[in-house]
Design a protein around this ligand. Structure first.
Ligand code: AMP
Length: 603
């Protein structure tokens, strides 16, 4: 048995000593070209271990789950050695489900893009025999199918496996669980003795061990064991999203997370460019780095990130290796890596120089197994987070809007200059001051809306908890508050309390102020998250040099106060206390004295 121990990342030097490439694995030019097209830069651990063994002609038993890159691990050596002139099937891949069979076919097609005249056929139950029969008659090189339907063809004599050279059992444990044991064994027994067999399985139950002993010739057993350490000053979270929701999820995270510099990791070179472009179109300063970008350009980009000219780098593993920039407060795994080891390298890009860091990983429902492997290998919990809601985004937008007003008011000279102009306007138009200010806000905002529109209510579905729903439906109208509270009960956040319009407000003092560089949006964000408060619960916020004053409902329950007392902002305990002598007040009926007014919707 061969166990491939991968290097632990040393805290001092993140630069691994060697980087294996696909060329090092012994693959030919046509396949390498296809890999370059799809944008893979380096082999995953299972690929690095399996490809040379298969190319050398040895049988393989690989312990590997979905998401580790096992499909390419067997597909590439097969394609590399394919004899296109042979008309009867040369390679057979057995997969437990039709979905996986189709996926494997697609992968083969992709990797075969620069090989001429290769025919790959999916064969699964539920599809008419007609298509399969005519394709088989024309001649196919690779058949990918479910065991039951393959057996049907063998029984009918419509599939000739007499010249089979390569047989792959993909997700062998799943095939056995689905009752295909007998079919699999028959296929193994009734195909040429000198074929090469590769068996992949996420687990190794006794039945699979027996099959491999009985039908495989001296297989090399490949387990990729990873030793990994992650640093404790990095908060690790994950978000279940579908592939299509990733961009929207990233945009919302960018809005609500208080980040300084960020690296967004993707799997392929092509996606780095695409994603950076999309982020720039949304107004972020983002750039791509990948293995194809010249060293000089890469250095220039990294320096821009260091100096703050650039906030977001979209990178592949190779390009970001060893990157050491203190400003990186967040790492986002837009695509979760195929192995724990690159995960550790990636998140180690934040939390540098004794700072804290945040790592957020996007996980599609199918990739949950990969997440579990990473958690197990790193021995660190990764907590689930929810997609920031429309309400969360709007709270942040309003707080930022306030920050801009506050910052503008500090420019005393310029304010003085405009004061007369506004006074002149007011003398000649009978309009309240607040409306003039609102009109100027319209001017400054331009056409783009300040707030996100509430999302339409969608029916609850059981699969929401499996992450197949894009986001919680959010409504900001008063009437929906109780429903929102009910929904939150099922999530992991505290329930948000509605604030009736006659709530008595009290002023609280928190132990963070200007000196600690806090901004109102951080205060709103932290208190809302920890205390389950909603935007409507916040009154005025004053940031003083050493502390801040926040208006909140006077009747906050003791549990909320306790939770808030222990809340931290920028690492400092806020020590929330009622501010003795601070003005308690009654907010008026329409809430017009609140800084955060709910959006008004016509119609
Ligand atoms: P699999 O485990 O075969 O289902 O592969 C999981 C995902 O990883 C697929 O989306 C592949 O396209 C991708 N992938 C496989 N190998 C690599 C690689 N060396 N670099 C980047 N992505 C890869």
């Amino acid at each position: 048995m061969t166990t491939h121990d991968l290097p632990v990342e040393a805290e001092a030097s993140a630069e691994p000593t060697t980087t294996m490439t696909f060329t090092d694995l012994g693959l030919g030019a046509a396949v390498l070209k296809a890999l370059n097209d799809v944008g893979y830069e380096t082999p995953s651990a299972i690929q690095a271990a399996t490809i040379p063994t298969l190319l050398a002609g040895r049988d393989v038993v690989g312990l590997a789950q979905t998401g580790t890159g096992k499909t390419a691990a067997f597909a590439l050596p097969i394609l590399d050695r394919l004899d296109v002139s042979q008309k009867s099937p040369q390679a057979l891949v057995l997969a437990p489900t039709r979905e996986l069979a189709l996926q494997v076919c697609e992968a083969f097609e992709k990797y075969a893009a620069h090989l001429r005249g290769v025919h790959i056929l999916p064969v699964y139950g539920g599809q008419g025999y007609g298509v399969q029969l005519s394709a088989l008659r024309r001649g196919v090189h690779i058949v990918v199918g479910t065991p039951g339907r393959i057996m049907d063809h063998l029984d009918k004599g419509t599939l000739d496996l007499s010249e089979l050279k390569y047989l792959v059992l993909d997700e062998a444990d799943e095939m056995l669980k689905m009752g295909f044991a007998e079919d699999v064994e028959t296929i193994l027994a009734d195909t040429p003795d000198d074929k090469q067999v590769a068996l992949f399985s996420a687990t190794m139950p006794a039945a699979i061990r027996r099959i491999s002993q009985q039908y495989l010739h001296d297989p090399e057993e490949i387990t990729v064991k990873t030793k990994t350490t992650t640093s404790a000053n990095i908060t690790q979270r994950y978000l279940i999203v579908s592939y299509q929701q990733k961009i929207d999820a990233l945009t919302r995270i960018l809005e609500v997370e208080n980040f300084e510099g960020m690296i967004v990791f993707v799997r392929t070179k092509n996606v780095t460019e695409e994603l950076a472009e999309k982020l720039r179109a949304r107004g972020y300063s983002a750039a791509a780095i990948n293995g194809d970008i010249a060293q000089v350009q890469r250095e220039r980009t990294v320096n821009q990130l260091k100096s703050g000219k650039l906030d977001i780098l979209v990178a592949t593993d190779v390009a970001a290796r060893g990157l050491d920039v203190d400003r990186i407060s967040h790492v986002v795994n837009f695509d979760i890596p195929t192995d724990p080891e690159p995960y550790v390298h990636r998140i180690g890009r934040t939390g540098r120089a004794g700072r804290t860091g945040d790592a957020i990983s996007f996980v599609t429902p199918r990739e949950r197994g990969l997440l579990a492997r990473i958690e197990k290998a790193t021995k660190q919990p990764i907590t689930q987070m929810q997609l920031p809601s429309v309400d969360d985004v709007n709270v942040t937008r309003l707080a930022r809007f306030d920050d801009r007003i506050t910052a503008a008011l500090e420019q005393r000279e310029r304010i003085e200059g405009f004061r007369d102009i506004i006074a002149h306007y007011m003398r000649h138009h009978d309009v309240p001051e607040v409306d003039v200010a609102a009109a100027l806000a319209v001017v400054s905002q331009g056409e783009s809306p300040l707030l996100l529109e509430p999302e339409p209510e969608r029916p609850h579905r059981a699969d929401r908890d499996r992450g197949e729903r894009p986001q919680r439906a959010e409504r900001t109208e008063r009437g929906d508050r109780s429903e929102r509270g009910e929904r939150r009960d099922r999530g992991d956040r505290p329930e948000r309390r509605p604030r009736p319009s006659d709530t008595r407000m009290a002023t609280y003092r928190i132990a963070v102020g200007k000196r600690h560089k806090v901004e109102p949006r951080q205060i709103v964000g932290a208190l809302a998250n920890e205390g389950g408060l909603s935007r409507g619960d916040f009154g005025a916020i004053q940031i003083r040099p050493e502390f801040s004053l926040v208006e909140l409902p006077a009747d906050l329950p003791p549990e909320t106060l306790e939770r808030l007392d222990g809340t931290r902002i920028s690492g400092r305990l806020i020590e929330l206390r009622p501010d003795r002598g601070g003005p308690a007040r009654r907010s008026d009926e329409d809430g017009s004295d609140r800084p955060y007014r709910k959006p008004r919707h016509k119609g």
